[in-house]
Write a protein that binds this ligand. Structure first.
Ligand SMILES: Cc1ncc(COP(=O)(O)O)c(C=O)c1O
Length: 459
């Protein structure tokens, strides 16, 4: 009960709320469930008035920071005017304006915008488009997709099939067949023969894609999907030449290159799309999150104009869609969000500050538990190891005790919300709002230092 005699939110949550990707037992065993009630800038507050630094932009979402009045206004204005209408056989101004605007920001001829409600739905849409496109253009057997180890692409059955994290998939098997895994670009764990040469490692990793296409049969493969900077496993940037080589392989075998930019788009890597920063144009981009800075749900599949060609005339239809795809309120919020990006030069801000951010995080390398610090833009992973010299990682039991049992809770208790993840080797990830600056880098690094120092002592 609180002072007003009402049951607490934590008690009420325990009775009815099913949280996502959440182990519920601690909250039935007496652990306190944090209830977040307010956000402002790079910070948020819980119901007890405690302030936290949002070190991960609330799941890589809140690019422009919390509490932006103009985004709230954009949503309210649109909801009053036209709260909802689908884009099924009709259209509305905000979806049209946003499609135009996103097309103008996307690289190359990626001009066709298919809105979704989320990143997973965008990935799902991309695979379905790739399959149907080849069916309509005389290569009907192309249907398999190549994705990378430890990558996360979402939870719908198709997107989950492309995900490279066994633990997330096994409970839901059988999944969609026809997805094949290749190495990601984790240079810290590069095979020995390319461990000293970043370029050679990139070529090695890219060439495994060609090998997989050959093995499966080029006539059976429709797409390769990858994140330009892979989140899961801890922020793997592409080695120089890697994306260029992947592009070349996709062209050689007539396979579509899908860049899953659910996290890396809208400033996270210092450009509207990370692929633009790397100078390689994919055939499809999937995005979500930062498109609205999380103020309203929206995702998009952005396709090269040639992939739309078969649907332009005659009776062909992409028989696929979502009720919430292109939601007017979300589209209005996205437009206002992009206005903020432009006005405040957020992409340039990230590029200007990334070296300073990394410099702060790199000071943690003297800690015995810190094996690697990697990433770019406002997107970094700190890999935790048991032995720096050998790069030995923690056992499952140690990782459970370390990450779930201590690091996550201690960060939060110390006022830092960031992510500790053991879907690959154990990492802590930081990815603040793009308005963060030196004050936040310093605060983050101090808390990380104190918690990781303590973590070493409890192993
Ligand atoms: C790369 C990537 N793809 C897809 C998804 C799924 O997005 P959503 O949760 O919006 O469905 C995520 C979510 O974090 C992601 O990081």
């Amino acid at each position: 009960m609180n002072t007003a005699g009402e049951r607490s939110y934590a008690d009420r949550a325990r009775d009815h709320l099913w949280m996502h990707f959440t182990r519920h037992s601690p909250y039935f065993d007496g652990e306190e469930l944090p209830i977040i009630v307010k956000g402002d800038g790079c910070y948020f507050w819980d119901e007890n008035g405690k302030r936290y630094l949002d070190g991960i932009a609330s799941l890589f979402n809140v690019q422009v920071g919390h509490g932006r009045e103009e985004l709230a206004q954009a949503a309210a204005t649109q909801a009053r005017e036209l709260a909802y209408f689908p884009v099924w056989g009709v259209a509305h101004p905000r979806a049209i304006e946003l499609a135009e605007r996103v097309a103008s920001l996307a690289p190359g001829d990626l001009n066709r915008i298919f809105f979704t409600g989320s990143g997973g739905e965008a990935v799902e849409s991309a695979w379905k488009l790739a399959k149907q496109y080849y069916k309509l253009t005389g290569k009907p057997t192309k249907h398999k997709v190549i994705s990378r180890d430890v990558a996360y692409h979402g939870t719908p059955h198709g997107a989950l099939s492309l995900t490279g994290i066994s633990a997330a998939k096994i409970p839901f098997e059988p999944l969609v067949p026809s997805s094949i895994r290749v190495p990601n670009t984790n240079f810290y764990r590069a095979p020995e023969h390319v461990a000293d040469d970043l370029f050679a490692f990139g070529q090695y990793a890219a060439n495994r894609i060609a090998e997989a296409i050959e093995y499966e049969g080029p006539d059976s493969v429709c797409a390769v999907i990858l994140e330009p900077v892979q989140n899961s496993g801890g922020c793997f940037a592409p080695p120089p030449g890697y994306l260029e080589r992947v592009r070349e392989i996709c062209d050689q075998y007539d396979v579509l290159l899908i860049a899953d930019e659910t996290i890396t788009s809208f400033g996270r890597i210092g450009d509207y799309f990370a692929m633009s920063r790397f100078g390689v144009t994919p055939d499809i981009i999937t995005c979500a999150k930062g498109l609205t800075s999380g103020y309203s749900p929206l995702g998009a599949m952005i396709a090269h104009e040639r992939l739309f060609e078969p649907f332009k005339h005659g009776t062909n239809t992409f028989l696929h869609g979502f009720t919430w795809g292109g939601h007017p309120t979300s589209a209005a919020v996205a437009l206002a969000n992009l206005d903020i990006f432009e006005r405040e030069g957020l992409n340039q801000r990230v590029k200007d500050n990334e070296a300073l951010f990394l410099q702060h995080l790199n000071t943690l390398r003297d800690l015995p538990i810190v094996g690697d610090v990697r990433g770019m833009g406002y997107f970094y992973g700190i890999e935790l190891v048991k032995d720096k010299a050998t790069k030995e990682t923690f056992s499952e039991e140690e990782s459970e005790r370390l990450l779930r049992g201590f690091v996550s809770k201690a960060m939060f208790a110390n006022g830092l919300y960031c992510r500790s993840d053991d879907r690959g080797d154990p990492v802590v990830q930081v990815a603040p709002a793009l308005i963060a600056g030196e004050e936040q880098f310093e605060e983050m690094t101090q808390i990380l230092r104190s918690v990781l120092t303590e973590a070493w002592n409890i192993i």
